[in-house]
Design a binder for this molecule. Structure first.
Ligand code: SAM
Ligand code: DTB
Ligand code: SF4
Length: 346
């Protein structure tokens, strides 16, 4: 399969499944505290040494700062997606040269899971280019989830919108995490995607949560948003009650043919700040340094680790674009002195 080469180069409106400070009942669970956008923006605006110190303090209170989770990603159904997400190479609305494929078989998926396990991944995430799965698709995905669980890895998938019943079925198959990103701040959403709205995303997250599946939800940085836009995204995530167990912070991968291909480069330190603020506002979550590492220099990645990122995608490919080579990642983790499940179970 081809790997696509990328180009080089606030709101406080209450929404359903969104806790405002007023609505939040006094709670024994510190995870339920709400974050006004202005407070999140104030964190983003801190001098970097102060922000990093706060992020590292929170990170160490809740995690072993020398551990890194490795998750491997597999596109089980690529391309031909009817949605018009402006960043995405798999949308039929953009001429990116990504061909639509059929869904992978359980045998193909097992082979990929075995490879990921042998390379040291502890979590396996399957992505499909759907607006929402139909019931026949879902039955096949349930079988694929069982393949991952048979091999002893944590199972995650990202399939688009889910109904409550579909979420229950995935839970029954053993799914550990469901990834469904809010992607950007509510007020910017309509500039990036027109075929669904923010509330659709929140509804699916609600169904996932109700089914007892861990929520994986984050967004994309570098789509032309301001700091206020990044604050709006982080506040939305941090105010989910409870906030997601897993928060992917993606850097936009600029793919030729997508409307965002010519977006201006973001200062890498703005990306690092966003990771740090995600860590501070969602202390117990896995903060995942996700798409865009291939285009990032290693020092920026290390700053993200120091800002509290404790999970990466591991494997030479994301869905259709490239990721750093496994050997390069192993060498980087070793140079920084980070342990993975492989090393901390050894
Ligand atoms: N179709 C499903 C959906 O949108 O929820 C699942 C797959 S979709 C590719 C998963 C996520 O990948 C998106 O929500 C977005 O955050 C991320 N993504 C897609 N294209 C990207 C790009 N070019 N750069 C960074 N992240 C991207
Ligand atoms: C997430 O937040 N990032 C991953 C995963 N969830 C599914 C996807 C990144 C996609 C990057 C562009 C591509 O290769 O299609
Ligand atoms: Fe489809 Fe998901 Fe890509 Fe949007 S991000 S076009 S929903 S595959």
């Amino acid at each position: 399969m081809t790997t696509i080469t990328p180009t080089l180069a606030a709101t406080e409106q209450p929404l359903h499944f969104h806790a405002t400070r007023k609505a939040a009942a006094p709670s024994v669970d510190a995870r339920q505290q709400a974050w006004p956008v202005a407070e999140v923006q104030a964190l983003l605006d801190l001098p970097l040494p102060e922000l990093m110190h706060r992020a590292q303090t929170v990170h160490r209170e809740h995690h072993d700062a020398t551990e890194m989770e490795l998750a491997t990603l597999l596109s089980i159904k690529t391309g031909g997606c009817p949605e018009d997400c402006g960043y995405c190479p798999q949308s039929v609305h953009h001429e990116t040269g990504v061909p639509a494929t059929k869904m992978m078989t359980p045998e193909e998926v097992r082979e990929a899971v075995l490879g990921a396990k042998a390379a040291g991944a502890s979590r396996f995430c399957m992505g499909a280019a759907w607006r929402a799965p139909n019931d026949r698709d879902l039955e096949k995905v349930e079988e694929l989830v069982r393949v991952i669980k048979d091999e002893g890895l944590e199972a995650c998938c990202t399939l688009g919108m889910l109904s409550g019943d579909q979420a229950q079925r995935l839970k029954g198959a053993g799914l550990d995490y469901y990834n469904h990103n809010l992607d950007t701040a509510p007020e910017l959403y309509g500039d990036i995607i027109t075929t669904r709205d923010y509330q659709d995303r929140l509804d699916t997250l609600g169904h996932v949560r109700e089914a007892g599946i861990h929520v994986c939800s984050g967004g994309i940085v570098g789509m032309g948003e301001s700091r206020a836009g990044r604050a709006g995204l982080i506040a939305q995530l941090a105010n989910l009650a409870p906030y997601p167990e897993s928060v992917p912070i993606n850097h936009l991968v600029k793919v030729p043919g997508t409307p965002l291909a010519d977006e201006l480069d973001l200062d890498p330190l703005e990306f690092v700040r966003t990771v740090a603020v995600a860590r501070i506002t969602m202390p117990t979550a896995k903060v995942r340094l996700s798409a865009g590492r291939r285009q990032m220099d290693e020092s920026t990645q290390v700053l993200c680790f120091l800002a509290g990122a404790n999970s990466i995608f591991y494997g030479d490919k994301l869905l259709v674009t490239g990721n750093p080579d496994v050997e390069a990642d192993r060498a980087l983790l070793q140079r920084v002195g980070l342990k993975t499940r492989h090393t901390f179970n050894a």
